[in-house]
Ligand binder design. Structure first.
Ligand SMILES: O[C@H]1[C@H](O)[C@@H](O)[C@H](O)[C@@H](O)[C@H]1O
Length: 646
């Protein structure tokens, strides 16, 4: 029976539980073509025993046709369009958090910003993001995902406008807070929205694309920073204002894009939900998915009840409580492994490795952002092959090793730190702290001081620790290194925030390895996993809490880095992050279950056992399950009961 001839028979064959990984699936598919592999044989036997199809031949033909349909990717392009438009929220998140470092370089000169104002402009955004991510949970639940994405793009546009036109630092701070509010709402809504519209076998990949857009935004911001750094007057206006372009595109795009069908079903708007779901699934039957969402909502209401604030219901119901701990823990360990300090200090690490030119350091920092972006792409590729759990574990283990290498680079550099050999008298008689350091290492950790030195072959000579100029960290406040044009001609060097050492390549190696390991797993998985582990009634609140945790730890880690480095030195700080990464490994090993290929409605069951054993609920791994829909009924083919098909 060919597909054409079989109009009265509706059949779609698709993998709903691709629990075995893409590789084995492909093997099975390949084998199905030749009729040799076990999966193919199983299905063939099943199809042959299909009594309603009269003959063995027609059964086999049905099987082959269904398999052909399965092999074609049935997901309509619409799902990709919707995902990419929402991931623009991720791009804006990355762009607006990344662009500020370059903008500050110009702003601090033009508006005479002191350290406090610089810090306010950076952390004002992150702090606002933390608050709005938390508030975004309520908004998401009440108004839906689409209005929240529209709100976020509106805030991004307004913020970009205010920033580009700002005349004073107070207005700048206002603009940065507005942008931060947009980032918070986008960071918690976009992954949820994508997860809710994506088919199960593509969900991980599509949600991970959002993090790809975050790192893409960070990379793009670093390139824009590099380009506009040549435009000394008003360059920052372009840097900060440019984000209005993707924000406007997203806003208008979303006016034409639909609401999440899952949210609509929850709100009783079932007709609209069905229409959108069939738009998202193309010619695949949606009955099963629709029924499963609907039944799930009804069951959830019966089980958990609908009274009381969602967060209280989540905390008193063990599976959601465990999911919340896993989700928040993942976000916390993502930040505690120090991604943002590594990114933020990449220029310093590069300078330590011998890059002395500031502009070159900016471009090399763009290269760092590029590595982060490219390796997130590797994550998009791996997530449906390896699964979330293995990818996260492998990534964090590699990150921990890279942190140890990075810290060792700083440690070795500190051990051979050049001695301070000259102590010229301070002409201003201000008794600065810089005179008390006898090694470069102490001098570089003090934000008020820098090292002025000469090089004899490759060894440091005639070095002195001098206060840094208040307006530019590129020169000393007084003495031999106080006039850039003169001291460069005299073969003098000025090192602020780093020490010239022969071991800096170790730190550089650590930096590259860090990004190579972090970006595919620990970067995207906390967002991806959070978008899928909560049942529908708890999804907005769960994501709001975990995104809030991400932002709070982001602020904590970035704000404390300099102090941590002062007390523990740079290597101490990176060893500390390696320790956190080690703790994270234990946590993830024990608590993170595999969610790959599962329907969102099935995932709650993974959190039914005790928290520290949730990581073991990966029991389906290695089994190969396919669902066949024949005449509107579902037949489950498994290793044990292939004859279920009638
Ligand atoms: O997942 C993202 C990504 O890894 C970014 O590079 C980082 O800056 C963010 O803090 C993180 O949440």
């Amino acid at each position: 029976m060919s597909r054409k001839a079989g109009d009265n028979v509706e059949y779609t064959l698709r993998s709903l539980s691709n629990l075995m990984g893409e590789k084995r699936r492909r093997q099975a598919e390949g084998a199905a073509g030749s009729g040799a592999a076990a999966a193919g044989e199983r299905s063939l036997i099943a199809a042959e025993s299909c009594s309603s199809l009269n003959s063995a031949a027609s059964g086999a033909e049905l099987e082959r046709a269904a398999r052909r349909q399965f092999q074609r990717d049935e997901t309509p392009g619409f799902v990709y369009v919707v995902s990419v438009f929402s991931a623009l929220g991720g791009f804006l998140f990355g762009y607006d958090t990344g662009v500020v470092s370059g903008a500050l370089l110009l702003l601090k000169r033009e508006l005479n910003l002191d350290a406090l104002w610089q810090e306010l402009l950076v952390s004002g955004t992150v702090g606002a993001a933390a608050l709005s991510a938390l508030a975004g949970g309520v908004l998401n639940g009440l108004c839906g995902r689409r209005p929240c994405i529209l709100l976020a793009s509106g805030l991004f546009t307004a913020g970009a406008g205010v920033l580009a036109a700002a005349r004073d630092k107070e207005t700048l701070l206002g603009g940065r807070v507005v942008v931060g509010l947009g980032i918070g709402v986008a960071s918690m809504t976009v992954p949820v929205y994508i997860a809710e519209v994506a088919p199960p076998h593509l969900r991980g990949r599509l949600v991970t694309i959002n993090t790809l857009f975050i790192t893409g935004g960070q990379f793009f911001a670093s390139v824009v920073d590099g380009l506009f750094s040549y435009l000394v007057k008003d360059g920052w206006r372009y840097m900060l204002g440019l984000s209005a372009v993707p924000a406007v595109i997203q806003f208008f795009g979303f006016l034409f894009l639909p609401e999440s069908p899952r949210w609509l079903i929850q709100k009783g708007q079932t007709q609209r939900a069905r229409r959108i779901l069939s738009q998202m699934r193309g010619n695949q039957a949606i009955d099963e998915e629709y029924d499963s969402i609907k039944n799930n909502i009804e069951e959830e209401e019966k089980e958990v009840g609908a009274a009381g604030p969602v967060i209280c219901r989540m905390l008193t119901y063990p599976p959601t409580r465990r999911a919340l701990i896993v989700g928040c823990g993942l976000q916390m360990f993502q930040q505690l492994s120090g991604i943002n300090t590594v990114m933020y200090y990449s220029a310093t690490i590069l300078q330590m490795s011998g890059v002395e030119d500031d502009r070159l350091a900016i471009w090399l920092a763009a290269l760092t952002a590029f590595i982060n972006f490219i390796f997130t792409l590797v994550g998009v590729w791996l997530v449906e092959r390896m699964g979330r759990r293995k990818l996260t574990l492998g990534s964090l283990a590699g990150t921990a090793v890279a942190l140890i290498i990075l810290a060792s680079g700083f440690l070795l550099s500190a051990q051979v730190s050049p001695r301070v050999t000259l102590n010229p008298p301070d002409p201003s008689h201000q008794n600065s702290t810089c005179t008390k350091y006898s090694y470069c290492n102490g001098c570089m950790l003090d934000p008020d001081c820098g090292l002025c030195y000469k090089l004899n072959k490759s060894s440091v000579v005639e070095s002195s620790c001098i206060p840094v100029d208040k307006h530019s960290t590129m020169k000393a406040a007084w003495g031999r290194c106080s006039n850039e044009t003169i001291f460069k001609k005299e073969d003098l060097f000025w090192a602020y925030n780093f020490c010239p050492t022969p071991y800096s390549w170790t730190a550089l190696l650590g930096l590259i390895l860090y990004l190579v390991f972090f970006a595919p797993g620990m970067g995207p998985m906390p967002w991806t996993v959070n978008s899928e582990i909560y049942p529908l009634w708890a999804r907005s609140t769960g994501n709001a809490c975990s995104s809030g945790v991400n932002w709070v730890f982001n602020v904590l880690v970035s704000l404390t880095f300099l102090h941590t480095a002062e007390y523990l030195t740079y290597y101490g700080a990176f060893f500390l992050y390696a320790g956190f990464a080690g703790l994270g490994l234990l946590f993830i090993y024990g608590c993170l279950p595999e969610t790959k290929g599962k329907k969102l409605e099935e995932i709650e069951s993974l959190f039914e056992s005790r928290l520290c054993t949730c990581g073991m609920s990966d029991s389906d791994e290695g089994r190969y399950i396919e669902y066949i829909r024949v005449k509107g009924s579902n037949y489950h083919l498994s290793d044990n009961d292939a004859s279920d098909v009638e």
